[in-house]
Design a protein around this ligand. Sequence first.
Ligand SMILES: [Zn+2]
Length: 265
Amino acid sequence: MILTSENYFSQEADREYLSVSQYKNFVGTLGKPACEAEAMALLNGDWEREKTTALMVGSYVDAHFEGTLDLFRAQNPSLFKKDGGLKAEYVKAEEVINRIERDEQFMKYMSGEKQVIMTAEMFGAKWKIKIDSYLEGKAIVDLKVMRELHKAEYTKDYGYMDFTQYWGYDIQGAVYQEVVYRNTGKRLPFYIAAATKEKESDIALIWIDDKHLHEKLIEVEQNTPKILALKAGDVEPIRCELCDYCKHTKVLTKPIHFSELLGEV
Ligand SMILES: [Zn+2]
């Protein structure tokens, strides 16, 4: 299967290729535990996640920089109010775009080829990636629009951490860098070009160093065989019993004791 911008997110593409978002569905990140059962249901088309406004705002800004905003607006009537004006969230997205465009350095990082698709055979799987801004021979840049940059996220096992580790953007960097390397022989630096939706939009270019990416890639290598076994149907997916999919498909068999409610705290 040859990937294009039209079929990149299709079910067939997701079955044939592994992507970072699919990987996160199966393995999780420090901030969001995975559910194998949900991941399989998503792959099989038995379950869909709702498109949150936060996701749509990200796509809006992506579309602008890709030069496809007119098409994106035409395809998504939900962006508009009844009177035809943009909803407040997308007015904010316009402000974020304006803030980014006011910064020369940010725009330099965003000046690469947009939404570049690459594939590579890696750890026994076929991987697909889509790069927001690919500066050939120079850098891989991923654009993120988020609530804020400096919030310390908390997890029970690892304590406080920054948003990149919490949401697994370092995993994304590791896979993107390696796939580009396997295609071009060049190991390029990975950057997150971030802009916030705060009242006054904050901006940053965030570098995730190669040593950290290498550590993450080892994790990816260790987790890939299990994902492949799940996708092939050789292993039964585990239900997390906490996500929306598990709630939706839950079938009661017997009462639980009240002490089971909190799980392992
Ligand atoms: Zn679940």
